[in-house]
Design a protein around this ligand. Structure first.
Ligand SMILES: [Zn+2]
Length: 68
């Protein structure tokens, strides 16, 4: 099975928030490779891009909204 980014021929980008949020858990943690089903290359890129988006304030580091 191809990974999400290989399948659509795209690369993870800090600007592409819709696709980055797909790989965040309910508490906005980055999901691991077992759950994301990404290849090593794209998981590595995704981590960097999510961390950069967090640095810019585009994504939260942690969230407790909607969780009791
Ligand atoms: Zn890939």
């Amino acid at each position: 099975m191809k990974c999400f980014f290989c399948q659509y021929g795209s690369e993870p980008s800090f600007k592409d928030l819709d696709n980055l949020t797909k790989f965040l858990s309910a508490r906005k943690k980055i999901v691991n490779r077992e759950r994301s089903h990404l290849c090593a290359k794209h998981q590595r890129k995704l981590q960097k891009e999510i961390k950069y988006a967090r640095f810019l304030g585009l994504l939260p580091y942690v969230s407790y909204q909607g969780i009791k």
